[in-house]
Design a protein around this ligand. Structure first.
Ligand code: PLP
Length: 283
């Protein structure tokens, strides 16, 4: 298997970056994860558009016009044309003497590789998550590689045996450490609005469209923790998570249970999601 680094396809052991790379020194970089089913990319345009957005928001100059071709080559070189997997892309602000301000000119460091991952059977998952404080910065809309708050919270979740942590900011649920978050209340689906406090999840955005196209009530409004009593279903979404149903929410002092079976709205959306994957990839 080969990784792409700054114009070359290399064995992972041979792919090296400078200790002065700003991605290493400051976490000054942007990333994307794009799924493929049987080697066929899903929502590629949307992911590349978000990559462009993130780069623009942090003024990271990088020409990504050849990325689509590189992505296809990454799948090919990894011999994953018949497998499910994902593409990891990272762009950092290259090498420069260490100063907080960034240099006016630099060569962005571009890393890309394809890897195999299991995208089947998400419909059968019914998992527990833990609630944590949202300690992230105020630009969660940028897919930055600076993920310290996410990784600290998710490591705590992992230690407790949980699938994910979901976060609360100022009394409202925002999202997971690496997933978007949805609630169902009175047959209406709720999810935090896009903006500075969540990542505009590509799977999230697709789900909103699927709701609208199929007469499922959807409201982009943050759910206050105090309204949890009325919630009947919870699920998280993401590129590799797809749609995972949540069984229990663990608070420091209580556990909130959402039934012994996956809820009907969640199930319906999982079905619609699978149909969309089939329509776009043939899988
Ligand atoms: N929210 C955060 C913080 C994430 O890191 C991710 C994905 O990694 C998501 C949401 C889900 O986004 P997507 O559906 O684009 O994978």
């Amino acid at each position: 298997s080969k990784v792409y680094l700054n114009g070359e396809w290399l064995k992972p052991e041979a792919a090296k970056i400078s200790v002065f790379d700003r991605g290493f020194l400051f976490g000054d970089g942007i990333y994307e994860v794009i799924p493929f089913y049987c080697g066929k990319l899903f929502l590629l345009k949307e992911h590349l558009e978000r990559l462009r957005y993130s780069l623009k928001e942090v003024e990271l100059k990088c020409d990504i016009s050849d990325f689509e071709a590189l992505i296809l080559k990454a799948i090919d070189l990894a011999e994953l044309n018949k497998d499910d997997g994902a593409i990891y892309i990272q762009v950092s602000r290259g090498m420069a003497p260490r100063t907080h301000y960034f240099p006016e000119s630099y060569d962005a460091t571009v890393l890309m590789y394809a890897y195999k991952t299991n995208l089947r059977g998400f419909q059968d998952q019914f998992k527990d998550v833990v609630v944590s404080n949202d300690l992230r910065w105020h630009r969660c809309d940028i897919k930055s590689v600076s993920l310290m708050a996410n990784i600290l919270a998710n490591t705590e979740a992992k230690k407790g045996g949980f699938a994910e942590n979901i976060m609360i900011r100022d009394g409202f649920f925002t999202e997971g450490s690496h997933s978007s978050l949805f609630f169902v209340k009175n047959d209406t689906v709720y999810t935090h609005p896009n903006g500075k406090f969540i990542l505009p999840g590509i799977t999230r955005n697709l789900l909103i469209k699927l709701c609208k196209d199929n007469d499922i009530e959807i409201v982009e409004k943050g759910l206050p923790v105090s309204a949890l009593d009325e919630v009947t279903e919870v699920f998280i979404t993401g590129t590799t998570t797809q749609i995972t149903a949540i069984k229990n929410l663990h608070f420091p002092d209580k556990i909130v249970h959402f039934g012994d079976e996956i809820g009907k709205v969640t199930k319906r959306l999982q079905q619609l999601f699978s149909e969309e994957v089939k329509n776009q990839t043939g899988v």
